[in-house]
Design a protein around this ligand. Sequence first.
Ligand code: ATP
Ligand code: MG
Length: 411
Amino acid sequence: MAGLQPVRGTHDLLPDDSRRHRHVEDTAFQLVRRYGYGEIVTPIFEFTEVFARTLGETSDVVTKEMYTFSMKEGESITLRPEGTAGVARAFISNGLAQSLPLKLFYRGPMFRHERPQKGRQRQFHQVGVEFLGVADPLADIETVSMGFRFLEALGLGDKVTLELNTLGDQESREAYRNALIAYLDPFRSGLSEESRARLDKNPLRVLDSKDEGDKKIVAAAPLMTDCLTPSAKDYFDQLCQGLTDIGVPFTVNPRLVRGLDYYCHTAFEFTTTALGAQGTVLAGGRYDGLIGQMGGPATPGIGWAAGVERLSMLVGDIAATDRPVAIVPMGNAPQAMVLADRLRAAGISVELGFSGNMKKRMARADKADARAVVILGEDEMARGAATVRDLDSGSQTEVALDRLTEHLLAR
Ligand code: ATP
Ligand code: MG
């Protein structure tokens, strides 16, 4: 029965997985809070046009990857494929222009209908940030370096490479667009069908093509760097200098373009060779035109998003934080449940086996990685006491029941 399988490209996160997953998310939030970020939670679905209009009609996400439904009322809604458009929509809906500058963090599931493979799911998770209201290279320096510090906090600082590029300002982009068309047009018939369509609507996107034939043609295409206005070049130089000053290593990749339409100036990606083909773990850029294009007040912004599953694969096992205390009653002592309740109320994790003999319960305590066992023997109970065995040292002491919480909290 098909219903017993998860939908292709979706995954269950079992406790060991979700511990890694939470670790990635929590590390991100703790880190960005130091930069003044607060968390925003937007709906998982939006009206389709929120994504269609902002991501660009020629983007892969819009042309192939969106999960779109029509509701009974006839409105078209889409499961969010990324976070920025929804945050920008929320910025406009809530009239947040009064509260600029704004630093917003988000986390949660994203949905894209693409071919599932290692590091590529149809439901996946991102953590991301949006810094709205500051059009200054300092904001770019802070945002990009924050991405690096986050990866460092996960212990991945030396496993990732930061690739950096500029897409310039509008004037640079216009000049580059023309240069690209002039170069690509003679190759038109050799391009993939998709890229031929892109050539007319958004030639920059041809650079992002994954088609082998396209890649060969694109290899000798002119570079954005050749078309930058002096002020766009200066903006990029300031970013590079700032990153150097605070010790964030990077390489300039003049061929890096971001898949989405609304980017300008800074574009960047942190990649790793440790994950095979799906090597990008965190990516972002500046999107000064986005909110205005959506019908809101012109508001500059920069942000990034990171793939939680890809990062989880890199961080390795995360130990459970608190090792429990196991209570092992000799026989079926009803006091065990009362005691467990009292210890838990004091903040102690308690493992309470519900059946089995002493030996079985001791084995279970071991398996739960318990730090101590509280043995409730009949003689001790009669004296109002229990035996506590420290499972690390092996030492064993009798402790009065009314001192038990204190005793277990002390170590
Ligand atoms: P790719 O080139 O790998 O398709 P992208 O450019 O589509 O990536 P972004 O839209 O920039 O990705 O999303 C930011 C990050 O989210 C990616 O760098 C990646 O870590 C993660 N990500 C994107 N799509 C998926 C997916 N289908 N499954 C898992 N993680 C994903
Ligand atoms: Mg993609």
